[in-house]
Design a protein around this ligand. Structure first.
Ligand code: HEM
Length: 388
C-alpha cells in the first residue's frame, strides 16, 4: 500500500528537483513504496548501506536487469562467488596504486590537451567540450584496445545505452546493442591475444565472452557517470564563486571539493536491487521479487550524518563518507580512475582558464538515474567577450 507521499511522487519531480521530497520521505517513511517507480525507495543512509551490504537479501541477479540483457552476465549483474570471479581481475587492476602509476600522466595530459585546445576561444561548454570527451578518452585508455579510436568506442557505448534504455522502459531492444558488444568483442579478443594489460589479466579467470561483457560494463559504468561527476563539480564551484576562489588559491582543496560535490549530486543517483525473500524492513513489508531502489542522493543528504546537508561546504570534514560510489560487494571499481580524471580536469581549468565563470544562467543537475547539468557554458579571461 503506497503512502500518500510516495503515491504522489512523479518521475518528473524526481528527475528535476528531488531533494526536498527525498528529505520528507527520509524523515517520514524511509522505506516507501513509490508507484511511479514500481518499487520501494530507500532514503535513510544507514538503511541504504544495509541494503547494499546484504546481497543475499537484496540482489542484482534478476532477469529484469536490462544491462545484462544487452551485454550478457557480468560483475554488474551477478552476486556471490560468481560475482567475485568476474570482478576481482578488473578491481585489482584499478586499485589505487595501479591507477596512480599507470594513468596519472596520461589522464593529466589528456585533460590539459582538451583544456589548452579550447583556451584561445575564451568560452566553452564544460559538459560537451571537456567532461564528456575526457570520460571517453579515459575509458578508452583503460581498456587499451589496439586500433580503437575514441570515436569508435563512443559509438559502441551510445548504441548499447540506447538498447538498455529501451529495455528499461519496457520496449524491445533493437539488437544493435548486442551487435556493438559483438564488434567490441572482436577487438577485446585481439587485445587479450596480443598485449599484456587489464583485459589479458582478466582473461586468466574468465572466458572470452565474459571478458567482453565485463569490458562493456566498464565502458557502460565509466562514461556517463564520470561526465556527470566532472560537470557537477564545476557547477558546484561556479555557482559558489567564493569557494571556487578558495580552491584556485589553494589547490590542495580540490580533492575536498570533489568529495563534497559527489555528496551533493552523486552522478548515479540510485542503485537497484531485487528482494530475494519476504522481509519486514524499517516498517515496510517487502515481498520476494520486489524492486528495492537505494537512493544515493537521499543518503548523501541525511542530516544524521551530514550537518546542514544541503550546503556545499568545502570544509566539511566527513564529506568523503558519501555513498556516491555505492558500498558493499558492488562498490564502484572505477573510483580512483574517476577521481583522477575529475581532479585533472579541475586543475587544468584553474591553470589555463584564469577567471573562469558562468556564461549566463544555467540549470542545476537533473536526471532520474544519471544526474548532471545538461549544459554548463563558461567563459574566462578579462577581455570583453560579448561580441563573437
Ligand atoms: C572510470 C570511471 C568508472 C569506471 C570504469 C566504473 C566502473 C564500474 C563498474 C565496472 C562497476 C560494477 C562493479 C560491480 O558490480 O561489482 C561500477 C559500479 C558502480 N559505479 Fe562506477 N565506474 C566509474 C565511474 C563512476 C562514477 C564517476 C560514479 C559516480 C559518481 C560511479 C558510480 C558507481 C556506482 C554507484 C556503482 C554501484 C552499482 C551498483 O551497486 O549496482 N562510477 N562502476
Amino acid at each position: 500500500m503506497a503512502s500518500q507521499l510516495g503515491a504522489a511522487l512523479t518521475l518528473d519531480q524526481l528527475a528535476t528537483d528531488p531533494h526536498e521530497l527525498l528529505a520528507r520521505l527520509r524523515s517520514g517513511e524511509p522505506v516507501c513504496w513509490v508507484p511511479a517507480l514500481d518499487g520501494w525507495l530507500v532514503t535513510r543512509r544507514d538503511l541504504c548501506v544495509q541494503v547494499m551490504r546484504d546481497p543475499s537479501t537484496f540482489t542484482v541477479d534478476d532477469p529484469r536487469f536490462s544491462t545484462a540483457q544487452v551485454v550478457g552476465p557480468s560483475m554488474l549483474s551477478l552476486d556471490g562467488t560468481e560475482h567475485r570471479r568476474h570482478r576481482d581481475p578488473f578491481a585489482t587492476a584499478l586499485g589505487h596504486g595501479q591507477v596512480r602509476e599507470r594513468f596519472t600522466e596520461r589522464v593529466n595530459e589528456e585533460a590539459r590537451r582538451l583544456v589548452r585546445d579550447l583556451s584561445s576561444r575564451g568560452r566553452a561548454e564544460i559538459r560537451r567540450d571537456l567532461a564528456g570527451p575526457l570520460a571517453v578518452a579515459v575509458v578508452t585508455a583503460a581498456l587499451d584496445l589496439p586500433g580503437v579510436e575514441v570515436g569508435t568506442l563512443l559509438g559502441w557505448y551510445e548504441t548499447i545505452v540506447a538498447d538498455v534504455d529501451l529495455l528499461s522502459r519496457g520496449a524491445p531492444a533493437t539488437g544493435a546493442g548486442q551487435e556493438a558488444v559483438k564488434e567490441m568483442g572482436a577487438h577485446v579478443r585481439r587485445s587479450t591475444a596480443s598485449r599484456p594489460g587489464l583485459l589479458a589479466h582478466a582473461r586468466v579467470g574468465l572466458s572470452d565472452s565474459e571478458v567482453v561483457s565485463n569490458a562493456a560494463v566498464m565502458m557502460f559504468g565509466g562514461i556517463e557517470t564520470s561526465e556527470g561527476m566532472t560537470t557537477s563539480l564545476f557547477w558546484h564551484l561556479l555557482t559558489n564563486p567564493a569557494q571556487l576562489q578558495m580552491v584556485a588559491a589553494d589547490k590542495s582543496l580540490a580533492r575536498q571539493a570533489i568529495e563534497e560535490s559527489l555528496r551533493l549530486e552523486p552522478a548515479a543517483s540510485r542503485v537497484d536491487r531485487y528482494a530475494t525473500r519476504d522481509i519486514e524492513f524499517a516498517g515496510a513489508s517487502i515481498r520476494a521479487g520486489d524492486l528495492v531502489i537505494v537512493s544515493l542522493s537521499a543518503a548523501n543528504r541525511d542530516p544524521a550524518t551530514f550537518v546542514d546537508p544541503d550546503r556545499f561546504d568545502l570544509r566539511r570534514s566527513n564529506a568523503h563518507t558519501h555513498l556516491a560510489f555505492a558500498q558493499g560487494p558492488h562498490a564502484c571499481i572505477g573510483i580512483h580512475l574517476a577521481k583522477l580524471e575529475t581532479l585533472a580536469a579541475l586543475i587544468a581549468v584553474l591553470d589555463l582558464w584564469p577567471g573562469v565563470r558562468l556564461d549566463g544562467e544555467v540549470d542545476g543537475p537533473s536526471g532520474l538515474v544519471f544526474r548532471k547539468p545538461r549544459a554548463l557554458p563558461v567563459l574566462w579571461g578579462k577581455t570583453d567577450l560579448s561580441s563573437p
